[in-house]
Design a protein around this ligand. Structure first.
Ligand SMILES: Nc1ncnc2c1ncn2[C@@H]1O[C@H](COP(=O)(O)OP(=O)(O)OP(=O)(O)O)[C@@H](O)[C@H]1O
Ligand SMILES: C[C@@](O)(CCO)CC(=O)[O-]
Ligand SMILES: [Mg+2]
Length: 425
């Protein structure tokens, strides 16, 4: 698709309520889309041969000349059309290393590698040069699925540029993504997640694509994963706390794999326990959600956290989040996402007062932690373009997009419900 005017893609982060890590071992997990999102702006490049990235959230920008990319390798191994493979194509992975060798930081490398892998897979040599700028209201590398939300945004933008999905179908009049288009985005964002952390389960990018709340289970054969939409997902009162301790999902997933190799029987028993508690939680959450059910759900949150501690993915700062909440007897806390730092959720007791919530958030602030006000179960991926009669000057520029100074400013300016003068494709 020739890009004559900018377009904007956005996708949500997620909270895993039950089953992180066990999800990688084909156990079910429950997750919901977050109101915090990643926004990706596509603009035509001034030089049609240049593909540029502007990722200010991780202080990274980079350019490639599209003629320097290893198209021949790709065409020899895969052909001209995108072919979904079970694993990343090793020849492409190794050829791309030459285009990435000037990038030293692992944070920058994984973002650039994901982009290039998807660009090579979904675009072609003659695809017009574009600048891809990304801003997120999600904390990065903190357990809220920032990698999946950027992978979904990139896969969607490149699938549109490569004309694999049709703009008209990305959003129909009900503002939902058509099944086939969504499946294409989900599958390719999964390849993006593989670039970032090796052996993802696929739950994060499934939620970022489809939104809502799901029980998700990867299969250990070549069969597709099973995604069960949880339509009556109960509204949960929770505090989401970021320890701000940096960590990489890839490292934590690799740590669990080492533990599994060293103590296979014990690790399997823990993963099986996670499986059964996820089923128990699911059964509670699909029925009328009364006080008893809420109490039981909190107990399951507590058990799930204990099991995650047992497989070595907690962190002293996550334990501090839990301890402060436990001391106030305010609810039950578990880490969310890959752990090792990043975020925890505290599922609050029903009767908890606003005063106590404020007291706890203050205690967290004193520890250097951040808390977020969010809602769960929102929309998945979406694409917006400026309305036809929109004057060029009224469409924000890459420069403005890159200069938004805070999460609030991003949300207020490009937030899906706040963006005036743009319409769904
Ligand atoms: N806004 C962004 N700009 C650039 N790169 C990003 C952005 N958001 C995420 N990334 C990429 O995602 C990586 C972080 O992914 P990682 O899986 O480690 O954490 P997460 O997805 O936030 O947490 P979890 O996987 O536990 O939910 C970063 O290293 C970077 O490559
Ligand atoms: C740790 C993990 O289970 C969740 C990360 O959000 C990894 C995955 O499922 O891909
Ligand atoms: Mg991730």
């Amino acid at each position: 698709m020739p890009v004559t005017s900018p377009f904007l893609v956005s996708a949500p982060g997620k909270v895993i309520l039950f089953g992180e890590h066990s999800a990688v071992y084909c156990k079910p997990a429950i997750a919901a889309a977050l109101s915090l999102r990643t926004y990706l702006l596509v603009t035509p490049s001034q030089d049609p041969d240049v593909v540029a990235l502007e990722f200010p959230d991780i202080k990274f920008s980079h350019k490639w000349n599209r003629n320097d990319l290893p198209w021949n390798v790709l065409n020899n191994v895969v052909g001209e059309k995108p072919v979904l493979t079970e694993e990343l194509v090793p020849e492409l992975v190794s050829a791309l290393a030459n285009n990435l060798d000037s990038i030293a930081s692992s944070l920058h490398y994984s973002a650039a590698y994901t982009f290039l892998y998807l660009y090579m897979s979904l675009c072609h040599k003659n695809t017009q040069g574009v600048t891809i700028s990304v801003r997120s209201t999600l904390p990065i590398g903190a357990g809220l699925g920032s990698s999946a939300s950027i992978a979904v945004c990139i896969a969607t933008a490149l699938a549109l540029l490569g004309e694999h999905i049709s703009p008209a179908l990305v959003r129909n009049e009900k503002l939902t993504v058509e099944t086939q288009e969504a499946a294409f985005i989900e599958n390719w964002s999964f390849m993006g997640e593989k670039c970032i952390h090796g052996t993802p389960s696929g739950i994060d990018n499934a939620v970022a694509t489809h939104g809502g709340a799901v029980m998700f289970q990867k299969t250990n054969s070549s069969l597709p994963s099973v995604r069960t939409t949880m339509r009556n997902f109960p509204s949960l009162k929770l505090i989401l706390t970021n320890t701000t301790q940096p960590r990489r999902t890839a490292d934590l997933v690799a740590g669990v794999s080492r533990l599994n190799n060293e103590f296979p029987k014990t690790t399997t028993a823990i993963l099986n326990a996670m499986e059964s508690l996820t089923h128990e939680a699911y059964n509670l959450m699909i029925k009328p959600f009364d006080k008893e059910a809420k109490d039981t759900l909190r107990k399951l949150v507590c058990i799930n956290h204990g099991l995650l501690v047992a497989i070595g993915v907690s962190h002293p700062k996550l334990e501090k989040v839990k301890m402060l909440a436990d001391e106030m007897a305010i609810g039950q806390t578990k880490l969310t996402g890959a752990g090792g730092g990043g975020c925890a959720i505290t599922l609050l007791n029903d009767e908890v007062s606003e005063e106590n919530i404020e007291k706890l958030t203050l205690l967290y602030k004193e520890e250097g932690f951040e808390t977020y006000e969010t809602t769960l179960g929102g929309k998945g991926v979406g694409v917006l373009i400026p309305e036809e009669d929109r004057a060029e000057s009224e469409i924000f520029s890459v420069k403005q997009f890159l200069e938004f100074s805070s999460r609030d400013q991003i949300e207020q300016t490009v937030g899906v419900t706040n963006l005036h003068g743009w319409r769904y494709w």
